[in-house]
Design a protein around this ligand. Structure first.
Ligand code: BDR
Ligand code: CA
Length: 317
């Protein structure tokens, strides 16, 4: 069984990614690193612990990652993030506090150690900024060649961004770190808005979670309904809420959910010109072979069906 590490700014769709990784029998979730973005790094870690507890997965350790971008010394949650994910990151739903505590090892060190131990067998899924991955590669450059598969949620190549017309939120948090990761990390697959905006969940599916009659079903339906309502109220999408982060987990396990193109990419970070946080082909490497891929199409129906079935199984406990 392949080993998986999630790197989450937990976050509502991050909560779905966590549930998906716990539920999928084809992968062994060995740890969660926390990140900042939808919420603070400490809140993200506590949310992950509480969600693991809710799902009966207390055995999965949680590690604290970097608390702010590689070019700043501080991070504040943006009001728009709170409007989408709630003040506590999980739709203002109250979750029982996990009896587990965060691990004493840092998230970056945990990633480095796991890269050496599992190598090709390791699947790494960042669904927040790429600050932790870049910090790990800078501390131990071997990491870039050891991790078997890195599948990230972030970026936008063929569709507009969700922060600016060119920039997606996770990349926007730390474009310098993202550029470093895109130009160093082998076997990197970008699952961006190109595909995630095509996988939507509605209250029809969350009603079925609620009907299970379990605490997990009720809590997950509550937090997901908050996100669906936010998408509606903020005019992001009236047809449903995007399954950004769980799609990255699914593609990490089974790449056949998406069609990819091979493309060496960069991330721009020129604040002055406003070209900041765009994921784009690297002109200087167009003739070189690359192991970087960008997902451009997705089998929407197959993914949303499989997602719903996995959720129904993991929430039924
Ligand atoms: C991404 O940004 C975060 O708000 C979500 O959790 C997702 O990872 C979407 O742009
Ligand atoms: Ca996220």
């Amino acid at each position: 069984l392949k080993k998986m590490i999630l790197d989450l700014d937990t976050g509502i769709d991050d909560s779905l990614a966590l549930a998906y990784a716990v539920a999928d029998p084809n992968v062994d979730l060995i740890g969660i690193i926390s990140s900042y973005g939808n919420t603070l790094v400490t809140t993200a870690a506590q949310n992950s612990l509480n969600l693991l507890h809710l799902l009966g997965a207390d055995n999965v350790p949680v590690f604290i990652g970097e608390s702010h971008s590689s070019t700043t010394d501080h991070f504040d949650v943006m009001p728009i993030s709170q409007a989408i994910h709630g003040k506590n990151g999980v739709g203002d739903v109250l979750l029982a506090t996990s009896p587990q505590k965060v691990s004493t090892q840092s998230g970056v060190d945990f990633l480095i150690e796991a890269a050496h131990r599992y190598q090709d067998e390791l699947i790494f899924i960042p669904t927040g900024p790429l600050t932790n991955l870049t910090a790990a590669i800078k501390k131990d450059p071997d990491v870039a060649h050891l991790i078997g598969n890195t599948t990230l949620m972030g970026g936008a190549l063929t569709v507009p961004g969700n922060v600016t017309p060119f920039t997606e939120a996770n990349i926007h948090q730390d474009p310098e770190a993202a550029d470093f990761a895109f130009t160093h990390q082998d076997n990197l697959t970008m699952v961006g808005l190109d595909v995630t905006l095509r996988t939507l969940l509605t209250k029809k599916e969350t009603a079925a979670w609620r009907l299970l009659g379990t605490t997990a079903g009720e809590k997950y339906a509550d937090l997901m309904d908050f996100y669906i309502d936010a998408y509606d109220k903020l005019n992001i999408d009236k047809k449903g809420a995007a399954l950004h982060d769980p799609l990255a987990v699914a593609v990490g396990i089974d790449p056949s959910y998406v069609t990819t193109i091979s493309l060496a990419m960069r991330v721009t970070y020129d604040k002055e010109s406003g070209d900041y946080g765009r994921t784009i082909g690297d002109k200087s490497r167009l003739l070189e072979p690359t192991t970087t891929k960008a997902a451009v199409l997705v089998d929407t129906q197959r993914f949303v069906n499989d997602f719903q079935n996995l959720m129904l199984s993991v929430l039924n406990t």
